[in-house]
Design a protein around this ligand. Structure first.
Ligand SMILES: [Fe+2]
Length: 229
């Protein structure tokens, strides 16, 4: 990511934003990582193609999580501390959770690479993954409880939306529509799903209908053995 640290500058009268779209992104992490152990256990060591397929899916998910956290680090923490100094201890807690998650992501990535080479050895991978999920899911809840309402008060909508536009640019072009499928599928409520659809430019919606949706559905079915909703 080639993004310099942002300096807080928006005037207080422009503060205030809608933050619930974050729950949709968290829906993807919660679902994907929550199901990861089942996928790993279910992949027969002799089925190299399946092991690689599951590993690639999880690598993509971990990369997305890493990118998402980097954006939070760059775009949120300084602004929140500056505009709501009383939130500093909470923000520091988020920063240290991110550091812990970053280390665990690296560990799981390393274990995934080992698993692909030696698919019968999956216990260490499963153990590191369980640790990652424990720390991550606690952290996501923490952000929902403390950071979302705080950001809703002191960040501008433009600042909040910046994370999406930068995040979108980090997704490889050939995966963008498929990842959109995961976002729609893992939206925690129909209303949030609709908000994702409403936020898309018309041509993206069209491309998704024409091409992305089928690709996503095929991939989801291959992963989980059932059709998406
Ligand atoms: Fe976070």
């Amino acid at each position: 990511m080639n993004q310099s640290k942002q300096t807080p500058s928006a005037a207080p009268e422009t503060w205030g934003c809608k933050t619930d779209d974050l729950l949709t992104i968290y829906g993807v992490f919660r679902h994907g990582l929550g199901k990861a152990a089942d996928l790993i256990r279910g992949a027969k060591p002799a089925d190299r193609e399946r092991v690689e397929f599951v590993s690639n899916h999880l690598k993509e998910l971990l990369q997305a999580l890493h990118n998402h956290h980097q954006l939070e680090d760059i775009l949120w923490w300084d602004r929140l501390k500056q505009r709501a100094p009383e939130s500093t201890p909470v923000v520091e807690r988020m920063i240290s959770a991110h550091e812990q998650v970053a280390l665990l992501i690296e560990e799981v990535q390393g274990k995934l690479a080992q698993w692909v080479k030696s698919p019968q050895d999956k216990e260490e991978l499963l153990s590191r993954l369980a640790h990652l999920n424990e720390v991550l899911f606690t952290h996501l809840k923490d952000e929902e409880t403390y950071i979302m309402p705080l950001a809703a008060k002191v960040l501008t909508q433009k600042e909040w939306d910046e994370a999406h536009s930068i995040g979108m640019n980090e997704i490889p072009k050939n995966r963008m529509l498929v990842q959109l499928g995961y976002l729609l599928q893992c939206s925690p409520t129909p209303q949030l799903r609709q908000e994702v659809l409403d936020s898309l430019p018309g041509f993206v919606k069209l491309l998704y209908r024409l091409n992305g949706k089928k690709k996503f559905e095929k991939e989801w079915e291959k992963l989980y053995g059932e059709k998406p909703r």
